[in-house]
Ligand binder design. Structure first.
Ligand code: ADP
Ligand code: MG
Length: 720
């Protein structure tokens, strides 16, 4: 470690353009990560983005060092520093350069085929045939051989280029000319297919990132000016015409319109928006001209945050992904050693000539490339995360997607999660001698600053009583209610526990509804009885969760036992209810469940983000619901459901399982085929070109398989 390594790190982001060897990617990641002043390096192979956390005081040469390392493994890759850019915006899915690179390969392929035909018909001289083969070989493989020579010079011995070079040159030496050229050609064609397909997957995912607004019309000196959203400051006024994407978060100051937020939520239910409403960047203005005061810069905007989260999801790797990378590290050398043994040992005992064993061992070398495995696993997770986000579900890491497939139990928060949180006021019961109007006035104004759904409902019904000037010293008492000074009196509004805590005498109303008790100082003022309804899809969600095999479903709430039991019954019963819990008690219950769970199984908590952040961050998988526009919830959770539909849980579990299935299919397929080819080549049943075809074939099939995640969810549409 260098002496400046104690300080806090800075993030550098590089795009590795035209990186198409996943295994080299893994090596680059490891090499950069082991630099002295680098704390962490994480490569997202799919997006070709390398994130490096390094010491800030050593930043002069980090770009050069990274470029050096990258070129050691992959010479053609262009390193671009995009630390200050928008990662997605600058992503170039496929460069012409890549296509150009394959023109010699195409010519080589044509020469090879012509040579075979000419050879069969005209029987030319060996010199002629060999010359054409060598030309074809060089056209196809010169860059592979150059790269191999480079990597031989700079450590990193078992690189796939080197393996291919040894295998094909070896084939030339033992006189297998067509085979030698074929190996290189198939390898290059396979490489082309792989990078083309990875790119397609990349494009289909980034298509859904089309949310990024290209421009904003900001009003400066009374004139609308078109600028990029990055250049607009908080407080400026922008105008948004019908059909335009809302570029920045803000508050409507003029105009009425409908907004389509399906790009973020996956749901196409337009909402009507007018003055004082918040608008969210990335959503679409449908019908009217809006003037909006910007409340956040582009860097802090919702759209940017969501894009970043989805984009970086692959940085949190699932255990299985880490395992495969590690496995690949041992697999290649192990097979190379086997290849050596095959060339050296059997000839001592066998009647077959030495050259035959060399040929068999060369096939081994070809099979030793772990590419299919190394690409297909992260790609599957990438597709899974992308498909989820298309449905309005943000999964913040492949690890969470994987954990979802091993879910043992789910804990639901009640209010705002299973129930709508749109409370209706059923009854107002003033205590004796208390004026009804006065009671309402206290209730509304004590709740005026609260974010709780109860407060919002009371405010909506009695907004004419709101008088913010009369309220001072507001306190939110999580799990209990609120308190504020109004007219020089300390008002309490909340549940029965709140009354008990403040020694306020009142009789407990044994209602299955939610009751807000009110008191001024130590005098009981009366109660407001509210009722909430369960969400439209809540019951269905629970039924489907059971069908998905999630056995333990819990509901935790700060509300009364009666209210909680009623909701549980409405949801079809069979839910373990814990009620009248303060946030601390919720946390403590959760801890207990976490301790009692089986090893290697996970517990999720689903909440609406109102005072359940501690639990969300404590459980294995914290899920925030209805989070569009709520930064705190997006921040705290591991998975964010943008809409407030609990059924999105079923969807994300389906996606997670499908992804896992694909991952396993790919792993098993790859290992099986490799093993088969190894055995066949020892027995002399598979030549070298079979081995390359098998290798390329597996990679291509694995990539296709990943793309199924995409198409299947589109077909099923996963809507509820
Ligand atoms: P839940 O666990 O159901 O989401 P909370 O922990 O948010 O509930 O709140 C628990 C209970 O505390 C509510 O059921 C309500 O009785 C009371 N409460 C919380 N906030 C308020 C508020 N702003 N006004 C009145 N009562 C409240
Ligand atoms: Mg709540």
């Amino acid at each position: 470690m260098s002496n400046c390594a104690e300080q806090k790190g800075t993030n550098y982001i590089f795009r590795l353009e035209a990186l198409d060897c996943a295994n080299c990617g893994a090596k680059i990641e490891k090499a950069v990560g082991s630099l002295d002043y680098v704390y962490d390096a994480s490569l997202n192979f799919i997006t070709q983005v390398l994130t490096v956390t390094a010491d800030d005081s050593c930043d002069e040469d980090i770009f050069d060092r990274v470029t050096d390392i990258v070129h050691r493994y992959e010479e053609d890759v262009i390193v671009v520093d995009i630390s200050s850019d928008d990662v997605l915006n600058t992503q170039k899915p496929i460069s012409d350069q890549l296509l150009k690179q394959y023109i010699p390969v195409a010519i080589g392929l044509i020469l090879y085929i012509l040579n075979l035909i000419i050879g069969a018909i005209y029987h030319p001289t060996l010199l002629f045939t060999l010359t054409i083969y060598i030309i074809a070989y060089i056209l196809a493989g010169y860059d592979v051989i150059l790269a191999a020579a480079k990597s031989l010079l700079h450590a990193g011995l078992f690189d796939e280029h080197l393996l291919m070079s040894i295998a094909s040159i070896g084939a030339f030496i033992i006189g297998e000319y067509p085979e030698a050229v074929a190996v290189m050609l198939i390898y290059k064609v396979g490489e082309f297919l792989q990078s083309g397909m990875t790119n397609r997957a990349r494009i289909s995912i980034s298509d859904l990132m089309k949310l990024k607004p290209d421009y904003a019309n900001v009003i400066r000196d009374g004139q609308p000016v078109r600028v990029t959203p990055e250049l607009i400051a908080v407080g400026e006024i922008i105008s948004i015409r019908p059909g335009e994407v809302i570029p920045l978060d803000g508050i409507v100051i003029e105009g009425m319109s409908t907004i389509d937020s399906s790009s973020l939520t996956g749901e196409s239910l337009p909402t009507v928006t007018g003055p004082t409403d918040n608008v969210i960047s990335g959503t679409l203005n449908i019908s009217g001209l809006l003037k909006v005061e910007v409340t956040k810069t582009y860097r802090d905007s919702t759209v940017r945050k969501i894009m970043d989260l989805t984009e970086n999801a692959s940085n949190k790797k699932a255990t299985i992904e880490q395992f495969i990378t590690k496995f690949a590290r041992y697999y290649t050398p192990a097979v190379v050693v086997l290849a050596l043994l095959t060339a050296v040992v059997p000839p001592l005992f066998s009647v077959l000539p030495f050259s035959e064993w060399v040929r068999r061992s060369l096939s081994f070398l070809v099979v030793s490339c772990p590419c299919a495995l190394v690409i297909s696993v992260p790609l599957a997770f990438y597709c899974g995360v992308g498909v989820a986000s298309k449905q309005g579900i943000l999964v913040k890491g492949a690890n969470y997607l994987y954990a979802l497939t091993k879910l043992e139990g789910i804990i639901f928060d009640k209010t705002g999660t299973l129930t709508g949180g749109n409370f209706l006021i059923d009854e107002i019961l003033p205590a004796e001698g208390v004026n009804m109007q006065q009671l309402i006035r206290y209730a509304v104004n004590s709740e005026v600053y609260s974010v709780h759904p109860i407060a919002a409902s009371i405010r909506v019904d009695y907004f004419q009583y709101i008088d913010t000037d009369s309220v001072t010293d507001f306190l939110q008492l999580p799990g209990l209610g609120v308190s504020a000074m109004i007219d020089g009196r300390r008002i309490y509004a909340g549940n029965y526990m709140l009354m008990e805590q403040n020694c306020i005498h009142c009789s407990r109303l044994n209602e299955a509804d939610t009751v807000v008790y009110l008191a001024a100082d130590d005098k009981y003022l009366g109660a407001i009885i509210l009722s909430d309804t369960i969400k439209r899809d809540a019951r269905d969600t629970i039924i489907r969760l059971r069908r998905q095999g999630i056995s333990d479903i819990y509901m935790m709430t700060g509300d009364s036992i009666a209210a909680a039991e009623l909701v549980a019954t409405l949801l079809g019963g069979n839910i373990t209810v814990a009620a009248e819990l303060l946030p601390d008690a919720k946390l403590e219950r959760t801890e207990r469940l976490l301790k009692a769970k089986q090893k290697d199984r996970y517990i999720a908590f689903v909440g609406d983000g109102v005072n359940d952040a501690p639990v969300i961050s404590r459980v294995d998988i914290g899920i925030a619901m209805g989070a569009l526009g709520s930064d705190a919830a997006i921040e705290a959770a591991d998975i964010v459901l943008m809409t407030d539909q609990p059924s999105k849980l079923n969807t994300v579990i389906d996606i997670a399982r499908f992804t896992k299935r694909i991952v396993w299919q790919n792993i098993i397929l790859a290992l099986f085929v490799k093993l088969l080819v190894l055995v066949m080549s020892v027995l002399g049943l598979a030549g070298m070109s079979y081995a390359v075809v098998a290798d390329v074939g597996v990679a291509v099939v694995a990539i296709f398989n990943c793309m199924r995640i995409w198409s299947v969810t589109q077909k099923r549409n996963f809507k509820t």
